[in-house]
Design a binder for this molecule. Structure first.
Ligand code: NAD
Length: 510
């Protein structure tokens, strides 16, 4: 790998010791266990994160449970005032949040800003909570009897998030949970924990009472305690499929409602009539943005012949124009999150070639605008990949795009539907009928038509099918509000004082 001389880099975000956030205060923790947090563009340890013990998780849950008792009765007016204030504060601190994300995740600052903006959409959605919580009312279902429905908070909710969106993914859940009257314990990824603390401070400044939002850092010990703690009533998890399955099975066995969003292998199908320049742009943006570390990244490019040679040539040309380097400089793509992850992703290039794929672009040879110790791997393109190769079957979660050539739409559809994952997919075509057929026939939760990363807006719900989601509820939108509330139906009779009498029969409406 070639390195250029380091250019001018803005000063790194000042180091702050990572702490938990419990009961409205930073809490350093008392356990000895810690994990290193890297700056992936420099390849150095930036800081350390404490890994919570069972006792420390219990403290956070106790604080949340105590705060829930009064927060659940706070007026909708009070809650929306806090949410609107929080929205303003996140907007004001957007750049700071983005720089923190870049310092620990590695994605370029403009991409990190986009992540914060997409998270803010959910805050804005949650600002409408008075409308979202409106129930139904039926007057006079029987003589003097009215029936109405209300939705109430569930209690203490745990949110367990992955490294790839340290601000946006928690925001898929936390604002809605809080708006609905719940208290939250967030367990962020230990790889990029710092942004969650700034977010905690912003909640505090917005006027959220202490204990309604808590952050505990940790690993399996913390997650397991949250999954078994009797006071935790709901768990929202996002991460890889094996852990999502484990969280779902363990959490539900312990009587909690669980939504566990898992991994992905997203296919982009290109039909021969597609605009190939548009498709090439989309494949590069969705394959290599955030170094392919997005759950909605395009990983498999399924091209219906005879246009594969042409499309591969256009993608190769675009890759050559990408600038890879430190996310604090004006680059297109940053490093991968850790050295181990970079090495694992790079190993798929050899595995692909050994299995018979053609390595069109080898990201290991990329020229980098950044420190030579960073966790670099440039955009890589494998052609003539077939479905039994590990580069196709595994979720790689890095900047590796695999081209699978097929002979027909039916073959493409069969391939996508045979895959165990079903998070996102896209079809590129100028044929409205084909696109309509695809949206109907494909077994995937989020579909793009000439849109490569079809992440739904906050007022719709985000979630995949099959091994990409365990549980019944997708994130945010109406399903999010439903997940964070319990329905209650009240049947009330206000009797005329002269009315009454004994009747042991099952109530009939008259
Ligand atoms: P991960 O599964 O390693 O970690 C996710 C969370 O689980 C972290 O908080 C981590 O500390 C915790 N965890 C890890 N191992 C655990 C264990 N053995 N027991 C209990 N908890 C454990 O995922 P990651 O590497 O942080 O994130 C990348 C993955 O997340 C990819 O698979 C990606 O597709 C997926 N993802 C999915 C979505 C989606 O919406 N479906 C969104 C973002 C990321």
């Amino acid at each position: 790998m070639t390195q250029t001389a380091p250019g001018t880099v803005p000063a790194p975000v000042p180091l702050e010791r990572v702490t938990h956030w419990i009961d409205g205060k930073a809490f350093a923790g008392v356990t000895e266990r810690t994990a290193p947090v890297y700056d992936p563009a420099l390849g150095t340890v930036r800081t350390e994160v404490p890994l919570a013990s069972v006792d420390e998780v219990d403290q956070a849950v106790a604080s949340a449970a105590a705060a829930f008792a009064s927060w659940r009765n706070s007026s909708l007016t009070k809650r929306t005032q806090v949410l609107f204030a929080f929205r303003e504060l996140v907007n004001q601190h957007k750049q700071e949040l983005a720089e923190l994300i870049t310092a620990e995740h590695g994605k370029v600052v403009s991409d990190a800003l986009g992540e914060v903006t997409r998270g803010l959409e959910v805050v804005e959605f949650a600002c409408g909570i008075p409308h979202l919580l409106k129930g139904g009312y039926s007057e006079g279902v029987s003589t003097n009897v009215d029936v109405y429905s209300i939705r109430q908070p569930v209690g203490v909710c745990a949110v367990i998030s992955p490294f790839n969106f340290p601000v946006m993914v928690p925001m898929w859940f936390v604002p809605i949970a809080i708006a609905a009257g719940n208290a939250v314990v967030l367990k962020p990824s230990e790889k990029d924990p710092s942004a969650s603390l700034l977010v905690a401070r912003l909640w505090e400044q917005a006027g959220l009472p202490a204990g309604v939002f808590n952050v505990v850092h940790g690993d399996k010990v913390a997650v397991d305690r949250l999954l078994e703690h009797p006071e935790v009533k709901a768990v929202s998890f996002v991460g890889s499929t094996p852990i999502a399955r484990y969280v779902y099975e363990t959490g539900t066995r312990n009587g909690k409602r669980v939504q566990a969003l898992g991994g992905a292998k997203n296919h982009m199908v290109v039909l021969p009539d597609a605009d190939l320049d548009l498709a090439a742009d989309a494949a590069v943006n969705a394959g290599f943005g955030s170094a392919g570390e997005r759950c909605m990244a395009i990983s498999a490019l399924v091209v219906v012949e005879p246009v594969a040679d042409d499309l591969v040539a256009r993608i190769r040309e675009r890759i050559a124009g990408l600038k890879i380097g430190d996310g604090r400089r004006s680059c297109d793509m940053g490093p991968l999150v850790t050295r181990e992850h970079r090495d694992r992703v790079a190993s798929y290039l050899d595995a692909g070639v050994e299995a018979g794929a053609e390595l069109v672009v080898d990201g290991r040879k990329v020229q980098v605008d950044g420190d030579e110790s960073g966790f670099w791997l440039g955009p890589s393109l494998l052609d003539r990949v077939s479905p039994e190769m590990s580069v196709y079957t595994d979720e790689i979660f890095g900047p590796v795009l695999s081209v699978v050539r097929v002979g027909s739409y039916d073959e493409a559809l069969k391939l996508v539907n045979s895959n165990p994952y079903g998070n996102g997919t896209a079809i590129f075509t100028n044929d409205g009928g084909a696109a309509r057929r695809y949206q109907n026939e494909v077994e995937v939760g989020m579909v793009g038509v000439n849109v490569p990363i079809p992440v739904p807006m906050a007022y719709y719900s985000f979630g995949g099918w099959k091994d990409s989601l365990f549980g019944d509820s997708h994130a945010h939108g109406a399903e999010g509000v439903h997940f964070f509330t319990r329905g209650k139906v009240v049947t009330s009779r206000w009797l005329d004082p002269s009315h009454g009498g004994i009747n042991l029969g099952f109530p009939e409406n008259v």
